[in-house]
Write a protein that binds this ligand. Structure first.
Ligand code: UDP
Length: 254
């Protein structure tokens, strides 16, 4: 069994936030890691960290440990951009999952077998249909929604499917906890948490208009649509993250 390539084999730049090293590749470097990891037998764990992720990890050492155990943690969102700037650094690319996975699928050269785990049944099924329709090299070889029993239904289905890629859409922190707990024994080559990806891919949740996305305000659009659920995460959480990131900048640089 060959070792899975580590991010620092490609580029050793990391931005450390609250003690968590976040890899800072150009898209092309990330893509090299991705292609290589998909060739290896062992399961590589990948996480996409945004301000909410880091706020959760800040408060919960066990969640921080889960993220630390991953092979590759990459950045998403304007909050992390600001934190990088405070540390005298700049992220080369914004790895927003909702844009990243469609891009990776569109660029996929050989056949890629994918398992979709998570979200409501309609979103999960809708995302599978969308992948089938839009990406000729990507095949959904199994799927279960995010509300079945994990140990007795989700895990056996994943192991049986022998997919190359597992996408886990349970939201944070559930999806990273799931991966940290079972990831190394999963019969897939790469596994990643993907948040609300299936809701967006299926069309069950609309994306923010392009203009807002360009202004890096997608979070504001989501907040208006789901104020109850997202108020704490964004209105309280974003400023909290900025203050914490500021307070930690010297510690993170040393
Ligand atoms: N979800 C799930 N099972 C659960 C809780 C949540 O499948 O027990 C799904 C939910 O339906 C949604 C996704 O997890 O599709 C997470 O959405 P959220 O907006 O919280 O993710 P984010 O983009 O913030 O990571």
């Amino acid at each position: 069994v060959q070792p899975v390539p580590r991010p620092h084999d490609y580029n050793s730049e990391f931005v450390t936030i609250f003690g968590l090293p976040i890899w800072n590749p150009a898209y092309s470097e990330f893509k090299r890691w991705w292609d290589a990891a998909l060739q290896e037998e062992r399961c590589a764990l990948m996480g996409i960290a945004n301000a909410h992720t880091l706020n959760l990890a800040y408060k919960d050492p066990s969640y921080m440990e889960a993220l630390r155990s991953f092979d590759c943690v990459i950045n998403d969102g304007v909050g992390l951009e600001m934190a990088a700037k405070m540390r005298g650094m700049k992220f080369h690319y914004n790895f927003n999952g909702t844009d990243l996975f469609p891009r990776l699928f569109a660029e996929q050269q050989g056949p890629l077998r994918v398992f979709l785990y998570g979200a409501a049944e309609a979103s999960n099924a809708g995302a599978a249909e969308r992948i089938h329709r839009d990406y000729k090299n990507v095949e959904v070889v199994g799927r279960v929604n995010g509300f079945v029993d994990q140990a007795t239904e989700a895990l056996p289905a994943i192991q049986e499917a022998k997919a190359d890629l597992l996408l886990v859409a349970l939201g944070q922190p559930l999806q990273e906890r799931f991966l940290a707990r079972y990831g190394r024994d999963l019969e897939v080559k790469v596994a990643s948490g993907v948040g609300a990806l299936f809701d967006f891919m299926s069309g069950n949740a609309p994306r923010a208009p392009e203009a807002l996305r360009r202004l890096k305000m997608e979070w504001a659009y989501r907040l208006v649509r789901e104020p109850k659920r997202l108020f704490n995460r964004y209105v309280i959480g974003n400023p909290k993250f900025i203050v914490r990131a500021h307070n930690w900048k010297e510690r993170d640089r040393s």
